[in-house]
Ligand binder design. Sequence first.
Ligand SMILES: [Zn+2]
Length: 397
Amino acid sequence: MIAIAADGVFDGEVYSGGGAVVVVEAGRIVSVGPAGTTPAGCEVTRFDGCTILPGLIDTHVHLCCDGKPGALDRIPDFTAPELDAVIESSLRTQLAAGVTTVRDLGDRDWAVLDWRARHPDALLPTILASGPPITIPNGHCWNMGGAVTGDDALRAAVAERVTRGADVVKIMASGGINTPGTDPAAAQFTAAELLVVVEESHAVGLPVTAHAHSLDAIRFALAAGVDSIEHCSFITASGLGVDESVVEELVATGTPVCPTLGIVPGMTPPPAVLEHLRRTGSDLSTRNALFARLHHSGVRIISGSDGGITPAKAHGILPESVIALTDGGLSPTAALTTATRHAATALNLPTKGRLTPGSDADLLVVHGNPTTDITTLRSPEALFVRGRRELSVCGGR
Ligand SMILES: [Zn+2]
């Protein structure tokens, strides 16, 4: 049994100051209490001037992408050992940023799922994974290996994900910005096709998340009853069209939305993204403000980085996704919940994203108080992965 003490604790929902002790045994949290609640004889690791919070959850990553130029295009070029090395390096970079759980939403075939099966005891972030996103021939991210046509092939695709041990089904409901020849303003599947995937997945207990930039794709995905929406950019043929009836439906259904905000500070997005922003009359800060507004309207926002796909979207930038929400107008506390408790709830992970007895002892320690200075997330002081201290994280200040 060990105890971790600090000046304050953010339990995934609220901050408590005045001293805090988190007691850990066998990789689980035993108790969370005020200063002085350390059990007799328990070894204490003290972090003065710091806050303990749950290890962060990045709900949207691409572990097969190395974050270098053209990362999405180069996926098929890797040999299997090279891909394993990229996956492991991606996970280590995520860990160094305080991320203890990732959801991979863009595998190259089954590389991430296979890697996870071969490394059950790795002290790296816990992985949820979708396998290759289901897409149309030559559609968004077709080179990951998930292109299909027709209802029978859609059903077979879901069945294969079950066989491979996927935790979630990812479907590219619209085109994407980073795959040439696809149109982010257009839907790739009909609502009826999305419904086939949702019904087939739900029948075996798998959630479905839809990549949806276009307004039509968002509408179709909601009509089909998907469990979450990635990007949710409200793009129409003539620019941006935030449809209030769609916003109301997002609120009414409680569908979590991951806007994939945030970039490496000081970096410029790739030309395709800049061109897309120009065409839609928006910029990165209008996106931040849009999702802050949706949050205030009652939409459930969760944070994911899209880490790995470009140098501006390198692994380990989840703190920037959270900070971007505060730039848009969320309070630091509300922004933190999008990468902790609300992310865990959206991903159906009852033992992650919260500091409660029985939860996994994935603990992030940051200097100061992140609910008053969110930028402290950028330099984690310490990290515990299922109760074991991760020594690559030791204060970036
Ligand atoms: Zn993505």
